[in-house]
Design a binder for this molecule. Structure first.
Ligand code: BGC
Length: 348
């Protein structure tokens, strides 16, 4: 069942609505501003439901935040070196908003700051938005459709679809911050994580991939067997030092390029008994441990802390546009961008 409610009014006077979708076990709430995932209520081992994603109770902080709580980030999430890219010999420029590089397209004009149109049904909410040709330097008039739905296995499925009038650069993600013990539970060091990722893309200064695909074996980035997130987070390691913890793109082992959903992550907290399993048909995932989370007051007056949540942002590898051997985030006008990511909740 989908229930629509008023969420707030933007600084420039536009009405924002939110939508609650529930199935008796889990429920989620999304809003048309930024196609943002606001809440996910999931039961713990004793059946107590709690909100397991970080964010705010009101609209205003979502309009100005740089942490991207719950947001549909795009058209191009993550980093693009020198804020420049080329398609068919033509050079394009994104805003240089992190030194000389680009991060997450734009903090004002990205998908995460649009007011989307909405369609909803029994167990889904679909957001639609058109991005004009050239906005933030990216070619093509683009039609984005993002659908959140509840699945029979108690998952939240996010389906992204884009068509474009020109060949374009596109790599959206969802930037939800999870804490399986509840949004206000603090440091996630004891949460255990398993990633079916035997390689990752190392970074240089500025968190730009070096172009290498490196094994995780023998490094603190090895999550191929269940391991507490905090065990090696502060290990003496150049890759961790460069970004203040985990903030790396992991290469998903089972990626086929053929559209099959691959189960690549299991996160579990013994404290609550909650488990989250993540699936995608994209080639990579940014595992980010909230190393640069700003000190803000979140939902229910909770003071959020550094590393008080983790993100699993599915994606084409960051800066793939400059690494032609990697799967390319370039689509349109004759091909569509289409991807699915699913976060499934259960208890142990
Ligand atoms: C990036 C982080 C950044 C965060 C907040 C993540 O996707 O990898 O470096 O701090 O987003 O925008």
């Amino acid at each position: 069942m989908v229930k629509k409610e008023h969420f707030g009014t933007t600084a420039d006077g536009r009405e924002v609505s939110c939508y609650i979708v529930e199935n008796g076990v889990i429920s989620f709430r999304v809003m048309d501003y930024g196609a943002i995932l606001l809440n996910v209520w999931a039961p713990d081992a004793k059946g107590r439901k709690e909100d397991v994603v970080l964010g705010f109770d009101t609209l205003a902080p979502y309009e100005t935040q740089l942490d991207n709580y719950g947001a549909t980030v795009g058209p191009v999430a993550n980093r693009t070196a020198d804020a420049t890219f080329e398609i068919d010999g033509q050079e394009y420029h994104l805003p240089a908003n992190e030194g000389v590089n680009n991060l997450h397209t734009s903090a004002t004009e990205g998908l995460h700051h649009k007011l989307w149109d909405v369609l909803s049904g029994e167990d889904f909410v679909t957001f639609l938005c058109t991005v004009p040709d050239g906005e933030c330097g990216i070619p093509g008039e683009r039609h984005f459709v993002v659908t959140y739905s509840l699945t029979v296995d108690n998952g939240i499925r996010i389906h992204y679809h884009m068509t474009s009038s020109k060949k374009t650069y596109v790599n959206p993600t969802n930037h939800t911050y999870f804490n399986l013990d509840g949004q206000g539970a603090g440091y996630i060091g004891d949460t255990v994580l398993e990633l079916a990722c035997s390689h990752y893309t190392p970074v240089r200064k500025g968190a730009i991939p070096t172009g290498e695909i490196a094994t995780v074996a023998g490094t603190p980035l090895d999550f191929t067997r269940e391991k507490p997130i905090g065990r090696d987070i502060d290990a003496d390691n150049e890759q961790l030092a460069l970004v203040g913890g985990y903030d790396h793109n992991f290469v998903i082992d089972g990626y086929t390029g053929g559209g099959d959903l691959v189960h690549f992550a299991t996160a579990y907290s013994e404290r609550s008994g909650r488990q989250m399993d993540v699936y995608t048909n994209l080639p990579g995932v940014q595992f980010y441990t909230g190393n640069s989370m700003s000190s803000v007051i979140g939902k229910k007056g909770v003071q959020y802390v550094r590393r008080g949540a983790f993100c699993l942002e599915t994606q084409y590898y960051p800066d793939a546009i400059h690494e032609k051997d990697w799967p390319q985030p370039v689509f349109g006008p004759d091909s569509v961008y289409d991807s699915v990511t699913k976060y499934v909740f259960s208890v142990r």
